[in-house]
Every structure is written in C-alpha cells, then in structure tokens.
Write a new protein. Structure first.
Length: 340
C-alpha cells in the first residue's frame, strides 16, 4: 500500500510539473507575441490595405518590422521601396510570387505539435489549395509563368549550418495540381554518370522560363552541387560544386548563389555564376548571406541579412550582380522579396 501511494504521489507530481511547464510555454509565447505586436518607435510606416499580385511595378515581401503586421505579406512601389508599406491579412514564414500566382509557407507553433503547410494563392492572395508540410519552412519559389511552385522544408535540423540536417523539396504543377512530393524521386546524373545514394538532399529550386528547366542545390557526400533539372524527364544533372540556393537571372544566363567560404562553418558569400562558362564572380557583399537571393532585374540582386539587435528579424539589401559597387539597404524590416 505504501509503495502504491508513493507511485501515485510521483504520478501526481509529474502531472503538475508538466502542467506548469505547458503553462509557462504558453505564457512565454504570449509575452513574445505581445512584444512583437507593439509598433517600434521610428520604424517603417505600415498600414493595412488591399495587396494584390496583379499590380506590376510593385515589390512584394514579408513584413519583419515590429508591430501588428509582423510576418504579413506586404507591398511597396518598386520605385520607392523605403516608402510606406501596405500589409495584407496573410502571414507567412516564407513567400514568393510571380505572374499572379503566390506560394505561402506557414508555420503555426502549438504546445504539443507545430502545424506547417503550404498555401497556393491567387492574385488576390486567396487560398486555392493547401498542402501539409513535412517539416520547417525554408525556401519557396514560383516559375516566371506561374505554372509551377516549389518549396523546401527542413525535415530534421533547423538550418543549413547544422551538422546533421535533411530537407525535402516539392514541386507543384499549379494547372493540374499534380504534386511531386520529393525531388529525390528524380534520376540523378553526377559527373556524367548515373548516381545513386541514400544521403541525397535537394533545396532551393529556381525555375527557367520554359516551364521545364529548373536549377537546385543537390547535396550528397558532404558536398553541394548546382544541379540542372528537367520536369518532363524527371532528371537532374550536376554542373558545378559548392553552389547553394541558386537563383536564375531574368535573362536565364546566370545564377546567383551562396558559396561556403569556410569549411565546416556557417559562412557563405554571394556569387554569380555564368551558366555558359561556369565562371564565378564574387559580389561586393562581404557579410555571410544565408538566403536564396532574388534578382530585382538583370543587373541587381537582393537578399536578406539579420537586422542589428533584433532576434528573428531581417533587412533586405541589394548589390550589383557584376561584382562592382557596394551593398545598399533596400527595405528595412523585411524578408522574402518578390518583384512583380
């Protein structure tokens, strides 16, 4: 009887402890949300309004400024990116849009389980389809025609600097709604020969304008490669080493990418690769860029860097794509740029 009573007391204590921990987590999350929802003095002007993907000459992004519209899909005139921004009611962890089609990756933390999903959006940011995600949102892209959307999630690990991580990259045909759940089902040609390995990972898709060709990072054997893929043939072929998070230029001739410059460390510099010659050009940004860059036009690349003094926030910067010039602030308190 004494032993049974002791076990019951231990059980009751454990239940109370878990309840207390759960309450603490909820209160901590509420406090963080309250701080994030307070507008920051001197921050950018953000107002709620109608945001559409159908207006040309706009620059879409995720608002990272402190306040009630944090993580909302927002818009500014491309000619005045530091002006007042208009925020929608849609919030995302990652976002991209092209040709009136958008993709929004959402991550909604819960006490017991995190809910993650991909939303396919129309030009008015209305959800057309919802797809469950297998992990934490990482990258998102839409093809220039709007025909295809791609996203990458971390299945294990939470960053590309982790010693152990795995990713899953999916591609959706937005016309037929046919989903390729994982690029790992595609045939791989590495160094001119068919290649098979259990450790293959893909991330960071970028699409060409022909609605068939795409580029992505292929990781295997602790090495990363630029891989060119064909959606119709379901194949990928490696082109160059040490290439991560490629982004194809509007004219289809170059790829901006992050290159690991210190082995074993989370330190990347931004480069541009000429696809005809495979010649690399280092860009003027000397900070470590852990982002999939975006081409604002054929001459300028944009990317996110951590904002000074604010955990989890970022600013968007731009730099010439030919290696000249100096980096300049594009939009403070922003991420996931998508020029319309």
């Amino acid at each position: 009887m004494t032993s049974l009573r002791r076990r019951l007391l231990i059980l009751v204590a454990a239940v109370l402890l878990l309840a207390g921990l759960a309450t603490g987590v909820v209160l901590h999350a509420a406090a963080r949300a309250d701080r994030a929802n307070r507008p920051q003095s001197g921050g950018p002007a953000v107002s709620a309004g109608t945001v559409t993907l159908g207006r040309k000459g706009r620059l879409m992004f995720l608002n990272a400024a402190t306040g009630p519209h944090r993580t909302a899909v927002a818009s500014v005139p491309a000619t005045d990116p530091r002006g007042g921004r208009t925020a929608s009611g849609l919030t995302c962890a990652r976002f991209y849009a092209a040709a009136g089609t958008g993709v929004c990756l959402q991550s909604n933390p819960g006490v017991l389980k995190q809910s993650t999903r991909a939303l396919l959006l129309d030009s008015d940011l209305r959800t057309l389809r919802t797809f469950p995600l297998a992990g934490t949102p990482s990258r998102a892209r839409v093809s220039p025609s709007g025909r295809f959307a791609a996203w990458t999630v971390f299945v294990s690990g939470e960053s590309y600097s982790s010693a152990f991580f795995s990713t899953r990259t999916s591609i959706l045909d937005t016309r037929t709604m046919r989903l390729t759940p994982s690029l790992e089902t595609f045939s791989v040609v590495k160094d001119g020969k068919p290649y098979h390995a259990s450790d293959i990972n893909f991330w960071g898709v970028t699409f060409a304008s022909d609605d068939d060709t795409f580029y992505a990072t292929l990781n295997t054997g602790n090495r990363t490669y630029l891989a060119r893929g064909s959606l119709s043939r379901r194949t990928v072929t490696t082109l160059a080493q040490n290439v991560e998070c490629p982004s194809l230029s509007p004219d289809g001739t170059r790829v901006a990418f992050k290159k690991r410059v210190l082995s074993g460390a989370a330190l990347w510099h931004e480069y541009v690769l000429d696809l005809s010659t495979l010649h690399e050009t280092a860009l003027a940004e000397r900070h470590s860029v852990d982002d999939q860059a975006v081409w604002l036009d054929n001459r300028t690349v944009a990317y996110a860097l951590p904002a000074n003094g604010e955990v989890g926030s970022s600013d968007l910067w731009r730099v010439p794509a030919d290696g000249t010039g100096t980096p300049r602030l594009l939009i403070a308190g922003a991420s996931s740029p998508a020029p319309l």
